[in-house]
Design a protein around this ligand. Structure first.
Ligand SMILES: Cc1cc2nc3c(=O)[nH]c(=O)nc-3n(C[C@H](O)[C@H](O)[C@H](O)COP(=O)(O)O)c2cc1C
Ligand SMILES: [Mn+2]
Length: 487
């Protein structure tokens, strides 16, 4: 049964002993961060944290909800993240039905998908309290994450787990993206959608039309909805349909009070407002996913017109920084869930590992069933052309007998297999907005490494050596005599 809302998920974490209550008063400026960081760095990602008394606000804060493999799987109501991939694979890999019986048996599957489309409701918990006369962001327990966050004149508070809802003015298609929100004052924030993202694309369209852009920032829906806001879906896929698929139940959407934007009805709080095309303001700096501050840069400005929330709002936040952090587990969920979708274009891909240290856009290791000369290089160029994989700064392709989740074995294979001049590919192209290494923002170079076995057709004049394995016979013998050795 899908979680009805965030608090139902919190209850489950509580019942399983995966959430710790902090009853003493804490400061949302940096203190919550330091406690959360220590939790994230403790074995297995520690526990989720519920801060009951937060200085300056009547509402509690919850952090580190998704910060372990166990909690991430619980969030998506699966026993392992591969289970979600399995469901997607099931849906995609339908062989065309051969006869009427097969056709009939396909119908429930297709019907299942349509069952997940968002449902529209008239009244919602997220609108229990409506403040449109004098909405004030200062009432929310928004945290300051790192010491140098924010500009002089503001407190450096950022909403770190927001779901930003916008609508494409041309197609009417909705989008939901997780873009951090820099709180400037009571009624004004930044809108940090990178230029590559769907929200920014909508904004460009409003700008071209010379129209004011409505938007809404929802915080604290059920966990599948929150995760979906971060998922790198193609622009044409509505995150709320995807969330419905993940939670196996439609997301209930309600219209905002001051605009036609729809938001999850089960949200804890919704900040309604608008952006005027062309108006920008310095956003950041902000201690980011990379473990460095992302630079202060001009971004669009969001004006608050109304805040609606539950009477007893629970405010969720995340802390990003040096890995491992909560967002690493959200990224790992994406690595698992999107594998079948990547396989649609590249069925030869067996597995992908995005190591946490690569903070997702820096490093991917890919195993493939290689079947022709240059195959690995095709994968490298192909992935650079696919959605947010365009940001991957280092791609390493290995043969399918390498378990890419075993980093030690993978490194050994790669370091032995590669002739650097022959096997590396360099390319220039777009980089993630958070990259700080390139000479210019958002544009720089990437490297691909073909670490597969090389063949004659690829110019290898020598025979590839055989990997060492003990014979089965001797292994069995040693197994059976193990006790005799007294080890
Ligand atoms: C905690 C967290 C914070 C994020 N902050 C931002 C951000 O400030 N700006 C941004 O462009 N992407 C950010 N992302 C990544 C986007 O959410 C992600 O790229 C998503 O696919 C964007 O949705 P879209 O494809 O609909 O634009 C963040 C992700 C997470 C998990
Ligand atoms: Mn999108």
């Amino acid at each position: 049964m899908a979680y009805r809302d965030l608090r139902e998920f919190i209850k489950v974490l509580e019942n399983k002993g995966l959430l710790h209550h902090i009853k003493t008063e804490v400061d949302p400026l940096l203190e919550i961060s330091e406690i959360t960081d220590r939790m994230s760095k403790s074995p297995g990602g520690g526990k989720a944290l519920f801060f009951e008394k937060v200085k300056g606000s009547e509402y509690p804060v919850v952090t580190n909800l998704f910060g372990s493999f166990e909690r991430m799987a619980l969030a998506l109501e699966v026993s392992s993240l591969d289970e979600v991939a399995g469901r997607i694979e099931d849906l995609l890999n339908q062989a065309p039905p051969k006869n009427l019986i097969e056709k009939m048996s396909l119908l429930p599957k297709l019907f299942e998908l349509s069952k997940f489309f968002p449902r529209h409701v008239k009244s919602a918990r997220c609108q229990e309290v409506i403040d449109r006369t004098d909405p004030d962001l200062g009432k929310l327990p928004v945290i300051k994450c790192w010491p140098h966050d924010g500009q002089p004149g503001d407190e450096g508070r950022f909403i770190t787990l927001p779901m930003v809802f916008t609508v494409d003015p041309e197609t009417g298609r909705p989008n939901c993206g997780m873009y951090r929100i820099h709180v400037y004052d009571k009624k004004t924030t930044g809108m940090h959608w990178h230029i590559h993202k769907d929200g920014a694309r909508h904004y460009e369209k409003y700008a071209a039309l010379g129209k004011r852009m409505p938007a809404a920032i929802a915080v604290g829906s059920d966990p599948a909805v929150i995760y979906a806001a971060s998922a790198p879906l193609p622009e044409a896929v509505d995150e709320m349909v995807f969330a419905g698929f993940l939670r196996r139940f439609p997301v209930e959407m309600v219209k905002c009070v001051t605009s036609d934007i729809e938001v999850p009805a089960n949200s804890e709080v919704v900040i309604e407002g608008y952006l005027d095309p062309g108006e920008t303001r310095i956003e950041g700096p902000f201690g980011d996913h990379t473990g460095f501050y992302s630079p202060a840069e001009p971004y669009p400005v969001f004006h608050v017109s109304c805040i609606t929330h539950r009477k007893d709002m629970i405010y969720p936040a995340t802390l990003v920084g040096k890995p491992p952090m909560e967002d690493c587990y959200m990224g790992k969920a994406t690595e698992r869930i999107f594998l079948p979708l990547i396989r649609l274009d590249f069925p030869e891909i067996k597995d992908i590992n995005l190591p946490m240290e690569g903070v997702f856009h820096n490093f991917a290791i890919i195993s493939i069933r290689k079947s022709y000369p240059g195959h690995a290089k095709k994968i490298i160029h192909g992935l650079w052309g696919k959605g947010q994989m365009m940001f991957a700064k280092l791609l390493i392709v290995v043969d399918d007998d390498v378990d890419v989740q075993d980093l030690s074995y993978t490194a050994w294979r790669v370091l032995n297999n590669v002739d650097w001049k022959r096997d590396t590919v360099f390319a220039d192209g777009p980089l993630d907005a958070l990259d700080h290494s390139a000479n210019w923002p958002r544009y720089g170079s990437k490297m691909g490494i073909d670490a597969t076995r090389k063949t004659r057709e690829e110019g290898m004049t020598r025979d590839w050596p055989e990997e060492l394995f003990m014979s089965e016979e001797i292994r069995k013998l040693v197994d059976s005599r193990w006790k005799e050795y007294g080890l």
